[in-house]
Ligand binder design. Structure first.
Ligand code: NYM
Length: 212
């Protein structure tokens, strides 16, 4: 029941191409859950605040070069260094809205040509999300949204490959949301799905690990 100290929080992940609206929708979801009185936090990966995160950040802004395998493993390490805190938060009843997770790791690296199984391997044992929300947008439309910044990967040709890799990762449990609808419509759809998930987790759905 709501308010029970034993009920756990939900692990909710937003995925999508660059400029698909994940970041705005994540903050909007956080406010929504807080308005309803839920304990919730907004997380994002890469988490640029750690030492590993700073290496990633410097790579993304083209201030450093790294071997493609190395950066893949750093993204994964950046999730591993938050795993235990993530579990504690969830078990103590805080819902986490997470802007990008292992699926970004796999989609962006397999878009470089790595095998999906190789990409997934370092993610095995991280917490499995209770819900994956995919903000679906055509790469061309995303590119037209105020343009990409100067970060690595923010190029149409590459985003097309990433879109294909995301498609290869989809399973029936993902909620695919058309990211080209008016923002308020997207918000409403996400709110309904998320509330449902939060309730299911409160009722005792067990936590599990990737990659199943
Ligand atoms: N990215 C993100 C990866 O390549 N692998 C990962 O594991 C994660 C979490 O980093 N273009 C890429 C996707 C983005 C970039 O993300 C930075 P953001 O959401 O722009 O900070």
């Amino acid at each position: 029941t709501s308010g029970s100290s034993k009920s756990r929080g939900a692990l909710i992940v937003l995925e999508g191409l660059d400029r698909s609206g994940k970041t705005s929708q994540s903050s909007s979801l956080l406010k929504y859950l807080e308005r309803l009185g839920h304990s919730a936090e907004l997380w994002r990966f890469p988490d640029r605040s750690s030492n590993v995160g700073q290496m990633i950040s410097s790579y993304l802004s083209n201030k450093s070069q790294l071997d493609d395998h190395t950066i893949h493993l750093l993204f994964s390490a950046n999730r591993w260094e938050r795993r235990s805190l993530m579990e504690t938060k969830l078990k103590t009843g805080t819902t986490l809205i997470v802007d990008r997770y292992s699926y970004s790791g796999v989609a962006f690296s397999s878009a470089k040509g790595f095998g999906v199984e190789w990409c997934k391997a370092p993610e095995i044992g991280l917490l499995a999300p209770d819900l994956v929300l995919y903000l679906d947008i055509q790469p061309e439309q995303a590119a037209g949204r105020g343009g990409y910044g100067s970060e690595r990967y923010e190029q149409l040709e590459f985003q097309r490959k990433v879109a294909q890799c995301y498609q290869d990762l989809y399973d029936a449990s993902w909620k695919i949301i058309d990211a080209c609808q008016p923002m308020e419509d997207i918000e409403k759809q996400l709110q309904n799905i998320v509330l449902d998930c939060v309730t299911t987790c409160q009722k005792g759905k067990p936590l599990s690990n990737l990659w199943s």
